[in-house]
Design a protein around this ligand. Structure first.
Ligand SMILES: Nc1ncnc2c1ncn2[C@@H]1O[C@H](COP(=O)(O)OP(=O)(O)O)[C@@H](O)[C@H]1O
Ligand SMILES: [Mg+2]
Length: 698
């Protein structure tokens, strides 16, 4: 460890070398541009000592302020390479060409951004009407980030960092005032394609491996001009660049005690997904939270490296260590939606010192800034309360920094505009068919354990054998038994697919939201792939059930009848599945959707014609929309014909006179098929429409 010390008396810079000896360094020109504040006698330079050779550091110090920014950046880049080399030997390979430069540099400007929400006052039992008030989450935030810069938004929790970041990513709906521009243009679908957004929580499929996750993202997000092999190569380059080689074949995990990669690796996979598209603007919400400082360091180094390639990088960060702090080109300090500082990271301590606030003891600058943003003054003699103190800082910002900043933001730069305008990409990077096939493959990979779940298969086999034994070789003379079996078919295969399907979209919501809001694929391709992917298993189980029970129970032993019964069963499965999908997509909450689903399905079953035959007319309409009733009719149609008789006691009776069959009727088979077909389409259309709202700005 090398410790640099500033000698208070004669302003000498002391360095403790690797052997622990204290050496005097009589060069300190550069010092004041990086030291936290004049009153701090020393500060920890561990970061520098770890990442740059001692000689280079001395040269750097000697050059002092004569080093211009570019040169300093070059040196810092050298440091980064060194850190990476030290922290992981995987980094030895040269990074892929995609990381070199952004093809469309973006200057992000935000001017007086105000975000207001309406908060309703909750009354006891009854919601009080008209008692709502406006709450300002962001209160006029201004700033500018140029290509090549890394902006860190600091502030205590609840200060509005995520809200501002979401607004900058074009994902915040509602009452957003002020302007946010990208090369002086508003947010557009083109910009969406060049924006990478990493949310605070990693939304990844737990059963896919790191490689699979990144390859599927590459296949979906990279332009169609690249071949699949090139896309895979890009994904592999990202894996190398992010130091994920060691865990590339490990599953992501994280759900239901599923062991997978570590938190830091998961975060890097999320960043990798955004890096794949070579974003011009990269936004990250707390990418280092919950990680140890070395991992956090590696992540910020990667971001720094990305910014160096001409990208605009904005991140929120909760509590950066001091070594991370010095990597930020710009810093925005927020407190309760107010800006307390916006400017160069190297200037922040000087600014607060100039307005009379400096730390009394040596401390991490970010701790000091967070104290300020929380209203905690280092000046113990101050008699201001926390709120008044925060107001004072916000006012100081408005008086000292705001005007210059606004002038800078309002300056129009025509030159950059031309770059973005000149290359207009298409709305979607891949074709509809490509999207469907990739999503289908990904879905099958992610849910392969569900498809061939031995538990599900044994459940169905057990139920079918049990019912086969109970109805063993039942005869037409026991019409009551047969009609009971057929009704059991409709009931079991009404509920089962419904509850399978109800969970589909609520479970996928986060993923759909993330991928749709980054414009990854069309909703239609997702919808088709998702419903197609589930189909084989959805149909295999009822088929298995039907094969076992039909022949065991001795239903009509004709191939045509069997196929007709199977057709009716599968048809009803598809309709119930559609109803489940629609309910799930409408409600988007598993518990409520399940409750609603069971009530609806139960009413369909009760109205199915088996339990009650004398239904009052005011509610008899329910049978027309009942999936069970139509399926039941079709199943009857597969077994019995009009005019057919059976032995009832000593007499011969007409099948259609049997109460359950009489109420459902053997005629109108085609009408039931049409009704089910309408429901099949209708429920899916409803599900599709309900899904359209996912991934839209909130
Ligand atoms: N849609 C919303 N409804 C109610 N309050 C909200 C909403 N969005 C944000 N807030 C509030 O705004 C404040 C800032 O939130 P956020 O941007 O998430 O803060 P940070 O990311 O800095 O922790 C919080 O107090 C939060 O409760
Ligand atoms: Mg947040």
């Amino acid at each position: 460890m090398v410790m640099i010390q500033l000698n208070d008396e004669n302003d000498k810079l002391m360095g403790r070398n690797v052997d622990g000896k204290l050496e005097e360094l009589s060069i300190l020109m550069v010092w004041h541009s990086i030291r936290p504040t004049g009153s701090v006698p020393w500060f920890d330079m561990v970061w520098f000592s770890q990442c740059i050779p001692r000689d280079a550091f001395l040269v750097w110090l000697l050059m002092g302020e004569r080093l211009d920014l570019v040169e300093r950046d070059r040196l810092m880049a050298a440091q980064m390479v060194d850190i990476e080399a030290q922290s992981s030997c995987e980094q030895a390979s040269p990074p892929s060409s995609i990381f070199n430069n952004a093809d469309r540099p973006v200057t992000l400007k935000f001017h007086e951004v105000v975000y207001t929400i309406k908060v309703k006052k909750q009354g006891w039992l009854i919601k009080k009407k008209n008692e709502s008030f406006n709450k300002h989450i962001l209160k006029g935030i201004t700033g500018i980030v140029s290509p090549g810069e890394l902006l860190a938004m600091l502030g205590p929790s609840g200060s509005g960092k995520t809200t501002l970041l979401t607004a900058l990513g074009g994902r915040l709906g509602g009452q957003l005032d002020g302007s946010i521009t990208y090369n002086d243009k508003p947010f557009s679908s083109i910009m969406k394609r060049y924006t990478g957004f990493v949310t605070q929580d990693d939304v990844l499929y737990p059963h896919l491996t790191v490689t699979e996750t990144l390859v599927f993202t590459a296949l979906l997000r990279l332009p169609r001009t690249l071949t699949s092999q090139e896309k895979v190569a890009h994904a592999e380059a990202v894996i190398k660049q992010l130091g994920l080689t060691r865990c590339k074949n490990i599953i992501i995990g994280g759900e239901d005690f599923l062991r997978g990669v570590s938190g830091g690796e998961r975060k890097r996979v999320s960043i990798g997904q955004e890096m794949l598209i070579n974003p011009s603007l990269l936004l990250l919400d707390e990418p280092t939270s919950g990680l140890d400082s070395t991992t956090a360091q590696r992540i910020v180094s990667t971001l720094w490296e990305l910014a160096r390639g001409g990208r605009t990088v904005v991140m929120t960060i909760h509590q950066p260590s001091s070594r991370l702090f010095y990597m930020f080109h710009k810093v925005l300090l927020l407190s309760e939606g107010n800006s307390l500082f916006f400017g160069k990271g190297s200037e922040v301590m000087n600014y607060f010192e100039s307005i009379g606030f400096s730390p009394l003891v040596a401390m991490n600058p970010s701790d000091f800034l967070l104290d300020l943003a929380n209203g905690i003054s280092s000046d113990e003699t101050s008699c201001l309360g926390q709120n008044a103190f925060k107001q004072k800082l916000a006012l100081a910002y408005r008086c000292n920094l705001a005007e210059n900043l606004k002038a800078e933001v309002l300056e129009v730069n025509d030159h950059v505009n031309a770059v973005l305008e000149s290359k207009k990409p298409e709305r979607w990077t891949t074709t509809w068919w490509q999207q469907v096939t990739v999503l289908l493959r990904r879905g099958v990979k992610e849910r392969r354990h569900e498809f061939f779940s031995p538990l599900k298969i044994s459940q169905v086999i057990a139920v079918s054998i049990l019912s086969g034994l109970l109805w063993w070789q039942s005869d037409i003379s026991h019409l009551q038994d047969q009609s009971g079996l057929l009704f059991f078919y409709t009931g079991f295969w009404g509920f089962y697919p419904l509850f399978q399907a109800i969970f589909t979209f609520p479970q996928e919501r986060m993923m759909l939201d993330k991928e749709r809001s980054s414009g990854m694929y069309r909703l239609s391709s997702y919808f088709v792939s998702r419903t197609l992917g589930d189909l084989p298993m959805e149909l295999a189980l009822p088929t298995l059930f039907c094969i076992i029970t039909y022949w065991m129970a001795g239903l009509k032993a004709e191939l045509g009848s069997f196929l007709y019964a199977l057709f009716a069963l599968l048809f009803s499965v598809l309709v119930s599945q559609g109803l489940g999908l629609a309910l799930g997509a409408l409600v988007m909450d598993q518990k409520s959707a399940t409750m609603l689903g069971s009530v609806i399905m139960l009413s369909f079953t009760l109205a199915g014609g088996y339990y009650v035959q004398h239904v009052p007319s005011f509610i008899s309409w329910i049978k027309y929309v009942s999936i069970s009733q139509h399926t039941y009719k079709l199943l009857f149609g597969s077994q019995y014909k009009q005019g057919q008789t059976y032995q009832c006691g000593n007499r011969t009776c007409l099948v259609e006179e049997f109460p359950a069959i009489k109420s459902v009727g053997l005629d109108g088979q085609v009408i039931s098929i049409v009704a089910l077909a309408i429901m099949l389409v209708l429920y899916r259309v409803i599900a599709y429409l309900a899904l359209m709202r996912v991934g839209m700005p909130m």
